[in-house]
Design a protein around this ligand. Structure first.
Ligand code: CP
Ligand code: NVA
Length: 330
């Protein structure tokens, strides 16, 4: 019997296969309740705080809506309106917030910050994205794959782009935990770091998963079930990296040819936000500067029937609700 009460949610490395599957089942159940108009408020009267040192649409809204649905109140702190890191250490912040709130969400830079928060707060701490990991996104992605393709075990997922950062790392971990076949398809400077690959290979031995790193787009995307990509320049990275990223990663753009090579049953996924056209301020500026109309994915693929990106976005809310219900509930 899985019991996650009181647990932090910092990286899926800390969770067993059984615990991850439990959270996915719980999320599916909570989604079902919501769709059927069944109110479920087991956490009435509790309070959570959401710390965002980087911007967000999905994660913040998912935490706020999920908290309200479960009967909780939430308080949002952005970097400009709190003392965190400027006048007050993470350790002191953790001890203060732990006295007032039942749970703490943190989005920011290094993983060590959210680990430090968790160490000093006596309540569950949830990672809403760090440079290294994005574990709540993983639950949404796995629920989405399950909904579209059935079983997770044995499915082949290829991640294209910067595989060294939060999304590449986290997808490799979750695939290893769930017995899936993970491929990082990128220039070798963008492969996940060797220590994490070795760690995931150890996990894979227990679950039947495999880990493959390849620079070859044709080989890396042939007959796979899921093609996944993310922005090429992540939050917090300096503007100077754009030029080099575009040069190195353009061959790894998700195009109609890539999807064709994967097969007509393959699905396209992206954690969002995405540069699939020039309808954003940054996309337009960079597009004019470097002469492109899309970046990591073409508009054609993004808008195609194979794209499940908005199902993923919705599932952020149901899965984050599951994490809070499991770690705060009785
Ligand atoms: N996918 C994701 O984390 O989106 P936000 O940055 O909008 O939270
Ligand atoms: N790699 C991206 C993910 C956004 C959800 C970033 O960190 O900006």
């Amino acid at each position: 019997m899985v019991n996650l009460k009181g647990r932090d949610f910092l990286t899926l490395k800390d969770y067993t296969t059984e615990e991850i599957e439990y959270l996915l089942d719980l999320a599916a159940d909570l989604k079902d309740k919501k769709k059927n108009g069944i109110r479920y408020t087991p956490l009435t009267g509790k309070n959570i705080v959401l710390i965002f040192e980087k911007t967000s649409t999905r994660t913040r809204c998912a935490f706020e809506v999920a908290a309200a649905d479960l009967g909780m109140n939430s308080t949002y702190l952005d970097p400009s309106c709190s003392q965190i890191g400027n006048k007050e250490s993470i350790e002191d912040t953790a001890r203060v917030l732990g006295r007032m709130f039942d749970g703490i969400e943190y989005r920011g830079f290094g993983q060590e910050i959210v680990e430090e928060l968790a160490k000093h707060a006596d309540v569950p701490v949830w990672n809403g994205l760090t440079d290294e990991y994005h574990p709540t996104q993983m639950l949404a992605d796995m629920l989405t794959i399950r909904e579209h393709l059935g079983e997770l075990k044995g499915k082949k997922l290829t991640y294209m782009g910067d595989a060294r950062f939060n999304m590449g790392n986290s997808l490799m971990i979750v695939c290893a935990k769930l017995g899936m076949h993970f491929t990082a398809c990128a220039p070798k400077e963008y492969f996940p770091n060797a220590a994490l690959v070795a760690e995931c290979e150890e996990i894979a031995k227990q679950t039947g998963a495999t880990i493959r790193l390849t620079e070859d787009v044709n080989e890396g995307t042939k007959n796979v079930d899921v093609i996944y990509t993310d922005v090429w320049v992540s939050m917090g990275e300096p503007a100077e990296v754009w030029e080099e990223r575009i040069r190195s990663l353009t061959p790894y753009k998700v195009t109609a040819d890539v999807m064709k090579n994967a097969g007509e049953k393959a699905i396209f996924m992206h954690c969002l936000p995405a540069y699939h056209d020039l309808k954003t301020k940054i996309g337009k500026t960079m597009g004019e500067k470097y002469g492109f109309e899309d970046l990591e994915v073409t508009d054609e693929v993004f808008e195609s029937a194979q794209s499940v990106v908005f199902d993923e976005a919705e599932n952020r809310m149901h899965t984050i609700k599951a994490v809070m219900a499991a770690t705060l509930g009785d």
